[in-house]
Design a protein around this ligand. Structure first.
Ligand code: ADP
Length: 251
């Protein structure tokens, strides 16, 4: 297991948004997180990423208790939520947007860099190389020098995935990747997620309302309702479960 949530509970004032919720994520899986609006999916993501802290329960990541760690510490351990990386800089080029995310940026210590100018140059060229390979992987080299603010919604989603690839991500939380993406780019986005999973062994958890995307990409699928896991299984068994239908009907 790459991640285990054990008996998590979180209240917003008197409202219990996450209610004794437990789940485990298998390393190397693409797990789909579905459920009606208000089920607690986003709140669970916030707990896993560290933006919120549970009232009780704990979160284990690669065997380590990370319940008390800040989002930043989790990020540096490879637990990355897409929007944790600041949204694209509109005036910067697509390529520059990738370069600014790279870990261990040169410039962290001006003094050290002043002493070792060669090291800065090497780090910069490595970052550039990594950014360019990322663009090749995403088939976005043709827009490398366009301003990020001017590319399409789908291309922005691909860029967001690319920014994840500039980190040392191991577990990636994707919050509605399909939202606002046209069909053609959606297929490409799916293809790239599947490739990252297969070839680089990324683990993904994906919140998504697009059931076709969930069906094509995810196994297992976890359905949440009322702050708890209602059922977990393969797409078809989850979708045909009467409890799931009932939960969506009550939305
Ligand atoms: P989902 O992502 O499954 O739609 P959420 O995690 O966004 O569900 O929300 C779960 C419940 O918690 C909802 O009833 C929502 O209204 C409530 N909620 C979420 N965030 C807050 C907040 N900051 N303050 C109060 N209630 C919240």
């Amino acid at each position: 297991m790459i991640l285990s949530c054990e008996n998590l509970t979180l209240d917003f004032n008197l409202f219990r948004a996450i209610d004794n919720c437990s789940l485990s994520i298998v390393e190397g899986s693409i797990t789909g997180l579905i459920g009606p609006n208000g089920a607690g999916k986003t709140t669970l993501f916030n707990l896993i990423a560290g933006a919120l802290h549970p009232k009780s329960g704990r979160i284990l990541y690669r065997g380590e208790d990370i319940t008390a760690l800040s989002p930043d510490r989790r990020f540096h351990k490879g637990l990355v939520r897409t929007f944790q990386i600041p949204h694209e800089f509109h005036l910067m080029s697509v390529l520059e947007n990738l370069m600014v995310v790279a870990p261990a940026q040169p410039g962290e210590s001006l003094f050290r860099n002043w002493l070792d100018f060669g090291a800065v140059k090497r780090a910069e060229s490595e970052t550039l190389h990594r950014a360019w390979s990322t663009l090749e992987f995403l088939e976005l080299t043709h827009i490398a020098h366009e301003r990020a603010g001017q590319i399409s919604g789908g291309q922005k989603k691909l860029l967001e995935l690319g920014r994840t690839m500039m980190t040392d991500a191991k577990l990636v939380l994707l919050d509605e990747p399909a939202a606002g993406v046209n069909r053609t780019l959606l297929r490409k986005l799916e293809e790239k997620i599947a490739l990252l999973h297969r070839e680089r062994n990324y683990t993904f958890i994906l919140i998504e309302h697009d059931m076709e995307m969930i069906e094509r990409l995810c196994d297992p699928v976890i359905c949440m309702a009322d702050g708890q896991v209602l059922i977990e299984g393969d797409f078809h068994s989850v979708r045909s479960d009467p409890r799931v239908l009932e939960a969506y009907l009550g939305e």
